[in-house]
Design a protein around this ligand. Structure first.
Ligand SMILES: Nc1ncnc2c1ncn2[C@@H]1O[C@H](COP(=O)(O)OP(=O)(O)OP(=O)(O)O)[C@@H](O)[C@H]1O
Ligand SMILES: [Mg+2]
Length: 318
């Protein structure tokens, strides 16, 4: 089985360590590091760590692709990114370890033109020849139509391919209103509330909301809730997966890891209970280290065993 990840608005993350820094002042920083980022890039990295055959595509600035190229090369991920003129946006993270605080400055990203979007479509059509699963992840680039994921999903579904989507805001809202829903959805609870414009208070509300998406054609909906875990729903079943307490190094990419775990579990045709365990173990693996990397299989298995999975129709409300 081959997986393609699609990242339309990647970011080159610049993490600056500046303990005790003050806004509006002249500060001394201890160090800085660039890392390739973006949800689809993270998913490609996690899936490659899980031993899957992965191609990464999307739009990448031609001026600064080196970190992305190095990451994909190191992980054995095929690079099918379309280069667009200009530089991939930089996402600045200023980390103050004394104050235990991170400040994020996110730039909007490159604006693709029609020619770039058509090239992307051409690449996806070619990949759809022999890739089984397409993971569409992250925000849309500036100027892209808000129903771009709707169009891509419809085309990939028509080609007989499986589509997983993880996005937010208006792009998710459009995707959930479309005629053809992606097979796999992993919104976090805030994203789902916004997209459905509903105040989902109880676990029963969440379950009902997820079931409306299943009724409209999604096969698996996973609603993640940070340290409270995730609700996984299919047409046949619903389970709540509660993670154990762990020492968190960085929660960046927790959701991307869960999405990767869902894709991997689906490829292995696991039961919904085991899918919940596996997907949560990927998240736990990700948050107990820095960067989009999985721990060794033994550590993942140990995490999977510690996840509390129960039928959501009988689960205790928290
Ligand atoms: N503090 C935590 N402790 C234990 N598990 C956590 C914690 N934070 C996240 N997780 C695990 O990771 C999963 C996904 O996390 P979350 O709901 O925060 O995703 P997200 O908001 O999509 O994250 P992102 O998009 O930033 O990667 C959760 O369902 C849970 O299993
Ligand atoms: Mg997320």
């Amino acid at each position: 089985m081959k997986v393609a990840t699609v990242t339309l608005n990647p970011a080159l993350d610049l993490t600056i360590r500046a303990d005790g820094w003050r806004q509006g002042d002249v500060n001394t920083a201890q160090g800085a590091q660039f890392d390739a980022g973006g949800k689809g890039v993270n998913v490609a990295s996690f899936l490659a760590d899980a031993g899957m055959t992965v191609t990464a595509t999307g739009l990448l600035g031609a001026d600064n692709p080196e970190r992305f190229e190095a990451l994909l090369r190191d992980k054995g991920v095929r690079d099918a990114f379309i280069r667009v003129p200009g530089a991939t946006r930089i996402g600045v993270k200023v980390v103050d370890e004394l104050a235990q605080e991170t400040t994020d400055l996110n730039l909007p990203g490159l604006t693709p033109n029609n020619e770039h979007l058509q090239a992307l479509q051409g690449t996806l059509d070619a990949l759809a020849e022999d890739h089984d699963v397409f993971v569409l992840a992250g925000s849309l680039p500036p100027g892209a139509p808000q129903d771009l994921y709707v169009q891509l999903t419809a085309r990939l579904r028509a080609a007989g391919r499986t589509v997983a989507l993880d996005t937010s805001g208006a792009a998710l809202r459009a995707a959930l209103q479309a005629g053809a829903l992606p097979h796999l959805l992993k919104p976090n609870i805030h994203e789902l509330k916004f997209a459905l414009d509903r105040n989902l208070v109880s676990d029963a509300d969440l379950l009902a909301a997820a079931r409306t998406l299943i009724a409209r054609g999604a096969e698996l909906v996973a609603v993640s809730m940070g340290e409270r875990g995730a609700l996984l729903v299919t047409a046949a079943e619903a389970v709540m997966a509660r993670p154990p307490r762990v020492a968190v190094k960085s929660t960046v990419g927790a959701g991307d890891a869960m999405l990767s775990g869902l894709v991997n579990a689906r490829a292995r045709a696991l039961t919904l209970h085991d899918t919940a365990r596996a997907a949560t173990s990927f998240s736990l693996g990700a948050i107990t280290r820095v960067g989009a990397h999985l721990p060794d299989p033994e550590t993942l298995t140990a995490f999977a065993r510690q996840v509390d999975v129960r039928n959501a129709d009988h689960a205790q409300e928290v």
